[in-house]
Design a protein around this ligand. Structure first.
Ligand SMILES: [Zn+2]
Ligand SMILES: [Zn+2]
Length: 716
């Protein structure tokens, strides 16, 4: 809109280990997963009104060609060399564990769940061998270190050049600059850029069939390969050079803070090594947008899907909230309450209200945009305000300060409302129709300025408004300067409709409920991996009133658990106690602290809570199963919602080998001795639900409650 030529490209990065991990879990090919998400992402981007010139994918042959060209040139220029290294190898799974296949403690910040390639907590990139107490992602066994040959990118050779490159980047965001400087100050190390894996871009040399180029080396090349692909598709194959070889062309990279080093160090170093291509001009990295205190992460399954949210809300409602709440300087929180409040108070009551009252009053009383005659002082101030505000929006967008830019648009809407109230056209109309027309002309100029300056943020609404004002075409085709130009009197207005819709929290909750869970296979106790553990250490959670943090010993491993038991148990009561733990529950962060597993407790209707524990003394690490359980049905990992589908209750054994679960007497599968009559046990339901089965240890011992609860108490 400013008249500059712009190429906007990106794509789906399809070679990450999250893809292969998902594929292996689902038993399908990585291609299938990659294709599925590429389709979903492409459509979501389009539905959100984001217009890439090309949104490509890194599994495309033409991307691979470009990667091979860069790899070979860097090899030829000796920026890439071969070296034998030690890499974690799982002898149980019989494979090397690159990147996300291995998890352990971060050597830098101590975060307990860092992955082999990066720590989400401190943002550092890692090599798998740096992890403390590494575990195989699939089987949780401890990998051994095994020799393997890989190609290394000689990043250390770019230290000086990168320092000079970063030195004049005063326009970078504080975090981008800081992060990069810290990296450079701690000294650059050469990095392995190949992996022992079969999904990814092949190495363009003989004899490396079992290895692939590391995703973070080749995914960033996607910006370049996509530009070339775009040029090819437009029929002018050399056109990419205008953007990559013309030094006046500025490159902006938009990303999250965990990706900073790949864009300010690794990618620039690759470009420097290759030679002759433009380096990033700005890397406006965002901080994290969090959901209920947790970090959104596609790979960890904490996400709101764009298709889902767009089924419920207009894209501009979503775009507005994401813009005004953008985590540019610090982390921001996404909550539905805040989303609704901002939609109602700002989009509807401020912006929408000013536009609607202007257009409906003008349309009703004049039918067209009236002429501006003699200007009062206030009118002149209003025209000045349009100019200064639009200029501010432009400057802020150019400086990548998007949150401030949309706030500046809203400031003009606030001003519009104040001006409208001050001029009081409803009163002025009766006194002086001409002066009223002048005021409305100025209101319409404000509306036009709003329409154009909001269009980068709210493109769908801007186009609807443009149409309501009687204009043709899309706002995106206009010149930005149109925002402050004169408005044509006599322009016929169509009958306006409200631009934005109010939302109610009630609607949001109902809509959330409408979303029926997908039909899933029946989940039983067989899916659970339960073990007896002993609480070795217990302490208060620093950020939560009701939570404890525990170190639990299972003999061959120790785990950290977080549990909300403070209301029911003192630390002394918990210390040293043997408990039953769900080992294969998806790890979760509770108020910032990771919990790897979940202990089982029973809660009855009167609110009494009791830990489950083995009836007789059992060693730590002993497995607990349903008596008739099918071995081999255990899932590698189950989600909390899956766990909730498994029915587990406390009941007493009666004299006739049945279970009294409070309201019902049920048969017992596998028969429990009547010698146990009167005692309470952990029971799980079997199909048909008129029989239950006791939970037993590997040694045949039973699981009971530590303090009495009402029969029928739910085990959670
Ligand atoms: Zn393994
Ligand atoms: Zn860390």
């Amino acid at each position: 809109m400013c008249g500059d030529e712009v190429l906007m490209v990106s794509g789906s990065d399809e070679h990450g280990t999250p893809i292969t991990v998902t594929a292996e879990k689902k038993g399908v090919s990585p291609e299938e997963i990659a294709q599925k998400f590429h389709k979903i992402n492409s459509k979501a981007i389009e539905d959100l009104g984001i217009s890439f010139d090309l949104y490509f994918e890194t599994s495309h042959e033409n991307h691979k060609k470009v990667v091979h060209d860069i790899f070979l040139r860097l090899l030829e220029k000796e920026h890439i060399y071969k070296k034998v290294m030690l890499s974690p190898f799982c002898s149980n799974c019989q494979k090397f564990l690159p990147d996300r296949y291995v998890e352990g403690e971060c050597p830098h910040c101590g975060h307990g769940n860092a992955r082999g390639d990066q720590c989400d907590e401190c943002g550092r990139t890692l090599d798998p061998e740096e992890l403390i107490e590494p575990l195989c992602k699939f089987c949780s066994s401890t990998p051994e270190m095994k020799e393997t040959e890989h190609f290394f990118f000689k990043l250390s050779g770019f230290q000086g050049e990168l320092e000079r490159y970063v030195a004049d980047k005063d326009h970078w965001r504080h975090n981008t600059k800081n992060f990069t400087k810290n990296w450079l100050e701690s000294g650059l190390r050469d990095r392995a850029i190949t992996r022992d894996i079969k999904w990814g871009v092949e190495i363009p040399l003989e004899g490396y069939d079992d290895k692939r180029i590391y995703v973070w080396f080749e995914a960033v090349i996607g910006y370049f390969s996509t530009s070339k692909e775009w040029a090819r598709k437009t029929g002018n194959e050399e056109k990419w050079q205008d953007f990559w070889m013309n030094e006046t062309c500025k490159h902006y990279y938009f990303l999250g803070k965990d990706n900073i080093p790949f864009h300010t160090i690794i990618w620039p170093a690759i470009l420097m090594g290759y030679g002759g291509l433009n380096l990033p001009y700005d890397v406006p990295a965002n901080e994290y947008l969090k959901w209920g205190g947790e970090q959104f992460s596609k790979s960890r399954g904490i996400s709101i899907s764009i298709p889902d949210i767009l089924q419920k809300y207009d894209p501009d409602q979503v775009r507005y909230y994401l813009s005004i709440n953008m985590p540019e300087i610090r982390d921001a929180e996404f909550t539905l309450e805040d989303f609704i409040r901002r939609n109602n108070d700002e989009l509807v009551s401020t912006l929408g209200n000013f536009i609607h009252r202007t257009l409906s009053f003008t349309q009703k009383n004049y039918g067209e945009i009236p002429e501006a005659k003699e200007l009062t002082q206030l009118d002149k101030e209003a025209l000045e305000k349009i100019k200064t505000q639009v200029e501010e929006v432009s400057k802020l967008i150019e400086g990548c300060e998007f949150k401030k830019a949309i706030k500046s648009v809203m400031e003009l809407a606030h001003f519009g409302n104040r001006y409208f109230d001050a001029r009081a056209p409803w009163a002025l109309l009766k006194e002086n129709r001409e002066e009223c027309g002048t005021a409305l002309n100025i209101c319409c100029r404000i509306v036009k300025a709003l329409c154009i300056s909001m269009s980068p943020f709210l493109p769908f609404s801007a186009d609807r408004l443009w149409d309501m004002m009687g204009y043709e075409g899309s706002v995106s085709e206009l010149k930005w300067g149109e925002a402050t130009s004169d408005i044509k009197a006599g322009q016929v207005l169509s009958r306006p409709t409200p631009l934005f819709k109010k939302l109610e929290l009630k609607d949001v909750e109902e809509k959330a409920e409408e979303k029926k869970p997908e039909k899933e296979e029946e989940i039983t106790i067989d899916a659970l991996k339960l073990r007896i553990g002993e609480i070795e250490h217990i302490e208060d959670h620093p950020n939560a009133e009701k939570l404890y943090i525990m170190k639990v010993n299972f003999g061959d491993e120790k785990r950290q658990l977080v549990a909300g038991l403070k209301t029911y148990y003192t630390k002394e009561e918990m210390q040293g106690r043997k408990i039953i733990v769900v080992m294969n529950l998806k790890p979760a962060k509770l108020r910032g602290i990771e919990s790897k597993g979940m202990l089982l407790a029973a809660e009855d209707k009167s609110g009494i809570v009791s830990l489950l524990s083995p009836l007789s003394d059992e060693d730590v690490g002993v497995e607990v199963i349903g008596r008739e359980s099918e071995p081999g049905n255990k899932k590698k990992q189950i989600s909390f919602s899956e766990f909730q589908k498994i029915k587990l209750k406390v009941g007493t054994i009666t004299q006739d080998e049945k279970a009294d679960i409070g309201i019902q007497i049920l048969g017992i599968l596998g028969g429990m001795s009547t010698a146990l009559a009167g005692k309470q046990f952990a029971l799980t339901f079997v199909k048909g639900q008129d029989e239950v089965m006791p939970l037993v240890t590997e040694n045949g011992g039973y699981i009971t409650v530590h303090r009495p609860v009402e029969n029928g108490a739910e085990i959670k």
